[in-house]
Design a protein around this ligand. Sequence first.
Ligand code: HEM
Length: 324
Amino acid sequence: MATFSLFGCNPHPSKEVRKARISDRYIVKAKTMTTSSPPSFPADLPGPAAVDLTGEKVHWDLKDSMSYGDYLHLPELLACQQPLSGQHDETLFIVIHQASELWIKLCLHEIAGAIRQIRADELGPAFKMMSRVARVQVNLIQSWEILSTMTPFDYSSFRSALGKSSGFQSFQYRMLEFRLGNKNRQMAQVYESRNDIASAVQAALTAPSIYDEALALLARRGLPVPSEKLERDFAEPYTADPQVMEAWRQVYRDAEKHWDLYELAEKLVDLEYRFQLWRYTHMKTVERIIGSKPGTGGTSGVNYLKKALDLRFYPELWDVRTEI
Ligand code: HEM
């Protein structure tokens, strides 16, 4: 009796049948070609069963040399995923948080570099670093797609294992917000019991943000930035200023004259725009997974996350658009 698969053909054809099918496909492909060049080998044909290493000078013996795993500290890195609940989905939860923290680490590194370059009036390298951060942000936003494969039931199976731990306590995330310009002293309180972390967070809070550095640059270029903005307490939230608005207005009105400042403004908007997209997709993913339950960090959960959607890092750069 003939056997039929879901796809209408035998899933285990004989060698002869397989050969015939392959050559049929090859002929169809060759017939549809319009040039007289020989047909290329179809990409879906089975290749060799194993990669041919003949002639490759692979370093097989790494007893006395540094290997890939040594350089990247892979044994240590891969020992950091330690689920507490024994539930299948906790591994995804841990990996996505740890991967996000690694990318945030890179963002902090790049933003610190960009700030130094802006301070030194070297905008070319600063732009390169800011563009890299924007790409990392795309990646972080995309990662919600993976997390959204986790259902409310999956999450509730290990939620109690998290205790009071929450992304709210991510010190790298707070430092990134501070360096980008979203200052909030209160947020630093949560690290008070951890000296090493608290001092790094305080340093990010009290230092000028990338926007403060951009305004200092505008002032060096003779644009009307008031001294209160240049000498402000950098740990305080930045508030919009009509003179700063005028400075950016001049940049946007004569972009050719102020091309690099114009580009800087657009790169800043890029960063803030993507930061908000991350917040929004986090909020929607959280809503999808926990509904309106409170968060493990003690906030109201989704309602708390919605409040941050109204924050603006670079208010004048958004307002100036209304006038263009
Ligand atoms: C199942 C997945 C997740 C859920 C249910 C969730 C839930 C929440 C909730 C409810 C909050 C509000 C604070 C609180 O806990 O009370 C929060 C904050 C936060 N979460 Fe998540 N989260 C998830 C995944 C992630 C991931 C993958 C990251 C990546 C690093 C992350 C980073 C953060 C950060 C940085 C905050 C602070 C946001 C702010 O204060 O503006 N979360 N999360």
